[in-house]
Design a protein around this ligand. Sequence first.
Ligand code: ASP
Length: 320
Amino acid sequence: MTSPSTPFPHRHLLGIAGLAPHEIRYLLDEAEHWVALNRAASRKHDGRLEGLTQINAFFENSTRTLLSFEIAGKRLGADVINMHAAQSSVKKGETLIDTAVTLNAMRADVIVIRHQSSGAVRLIADRVDCPVLNAGDGRHEHPTQALLDALTIRTRKGSVEGQIVTICGDVLHSRVARSNMLCLTALGAQVRVVAPPTLMPAEIERYRVAPFHDFNAALRDADVIMMLRLQNERMDGAFIPSSREYHALYGLTPERLALAKPDALVMHPGPMNRGVEILSSVADHPEKSAITEQVEMGVAMRMACLDVLTRRSRGVAGWA
Ligand code: ASP
C-alpha cells in the first residue's frame, strides 16, 4: 500500500486478489479513456511517461501480452526495453533474486514480468524499488488479462454486473481463469466454470463460482462464453484422453453456441487451438466473437495500469 487516499493505493499490480471492486472499476474507467484515444488518427499521446524506463522481463513465451505492454509504454512516451529469458543470464543459472537485484540496479521506473513459476513475480516485486506489473506467473494470476476481459464485457454489454459468464476449459492450470473468477465475481457477474473432472481445481467453491462438468448445461442462458486453451506446458502427465475427445465434450461449436443467449459473446485470451477448444466458425464469428476486441482492450488496459502505477514516482498531484 502507498497512499490510502488515492483511488488505486497499491504499489504493484500482482493479481486481482486484494483489489477492491471500486479499484478494479477505477482501472476500467481509466482504460476506457485510452480506448477512445487509441482509435484516433494520432496515437502518440501526451507523453506522460517520457523519460521513464519500462523493462518488460519475460521469462516465458508471449506474443499478445508482450507486444501490447510494449505498445502501451511507447504510446505513453516511455523508453521500453524487452528482456527475453532465452537471451538472459537466467539460462546460465542466475537465481530469481539475482535477476531482481540486477533489474533494480538498472533503475527501471516500472517492470513488467512474466514468469513460469507461480509467486515468482511477487518475489521480484519485494526486492525492487519500482512498481511491478504481473504479466502472468505460472498458474497463479494474469491480472491485466482479467481487467481487459472485464473491459471488453463492459463495453459490449454495458455492464459486468448480472452477466452470466461461462468459463470453459483447463481451469486447473489457467491463470486467466483464476484472475477472471476473482475479477468477474468482484464486479457482480454470475460465473460458471466448466471443465473435465481432471482439470477442475479441488478448491473451486472458494471462488464463489458454479462448477459444471457438462458444457451444454453450463451454456444455457449464458451471456458470455470464455474459452481456455489446454495448458499442455503446465501438465505433468495425461489429463485428457485425447484432444479429439476433449473437443467432442468441451469444444465450442455453432451448435453449442446456440444453447447460450442469442446475443452471447465469445471470448478467448489467445493463443487459440482452433479445432480443439473452439472452431474457426465460432472464433471468427463477425458479431459474436469479441476476440480481436480483447486484443484492442489489452493495449488500453495496459496503458491505464502503467500510467496509474507510475503516478506516485512522477509526482502526480494527489498520488504522493
Ligand atoms: N495467453 C494466456 C496466458 O498467458 C492464455 C494462454 O496462454 O492460454 O495465460
